[in-house]
Ligand binder design. Structure first.
Ligand code: FE
Length: 211
């Protein structure tokens, strides 16, 4: 710990990932050396969640909830089961909770401890989600963080911050944009951004609609 980190908060943030990366790398080498882990298997897992899963799965979940009130009810009651109905389950998605944005409540998700994130519906977390700045500031000044992401939550609305852990992972059900009546689930899914499901963005307005 240097005394400087109290004055310049960028310092301690940059130290964390390098140390963590080093530890992960050491652990991986050890496991490979002992024959406990196949490095190709690790690469395959990372590639799968980076390129084959991604946030499109979550977008389909949200679109189904917008289009089907019964599904939405199931999603808000037992998210893990409702998400599995669409075929998305497994690693880092075993205990899901979905929180609904309304005009009165805006939800956002963080993992204050590390980077817990629902892989089956969102893929791997973006770098900013893992940053010390996001993890601490989301709790201390969520409205300021949202503002930086371009989201202004009205004064009279409540901001709720959910801390994902290894036990429970949260997904935000964003508000359905106006002007989307009659759109198909596929068209609706195209409006659902990754950030809107973390709660630091809103679903996109349909093409041609007034912003
Ligand atoms: Fe975590």
């Amino acid at each position: 710990m240097s005394s400087g980190e109290h004055h310049d908060h960028d310092h301690d943030h940059s130290d964390v990932p390098s140390d963590l990366a080093l530890r992960v790398k050491s652990l991986e080498s050890l496991l490979v050396d002992k024959g406990l882990v196949d490095p190709a298997a690790l690469d395959a897992i990372v590639d799968y969640y980076e390129h084959k899963v991604g946030p499109r799965n979550g977008a389909r979940v949200v679109a189904r909830a917008w289009a089907d009130p019964d599904y939405k009810q199931r999603l808000l009651t037992d998210a893990t089961a409702a998400i599995a109905e669409l075929g998305y389950s497994g690693r880092q998605g075993e205990h899901m909770v979905v929180v609904e944005n309304t005009p009165a409540v805006h939800n956002m998700v963080v993992c204050t401890l590390c980077s817990c994130y629902p892989w089956p519906v969102l893929g791997l977390p973006p770098a900013w989600y893992k940053s010390a700045a996001y993890r601490s500031r989301s709790v201390i000044e969520p409205r300021a963080v949202l503002q930086e992401f371009g989201v202004s939550v009205p004064e009279d609305a409540e901001v709720r911050v959910w801390d994902s852990t290894s036990e429970v992972r949260y997904l935000v059900l964003p508000e359905r944009p106006a002007g989307t009546e009659g759109m198909s689930e596929e068209q609706l899914a195209a409006l659902v951004t990754r950030d809107s499901m973390i709660g630091v963005g809103l679903a996109a307005a349909p093409q041609g609609a007034a912003a």
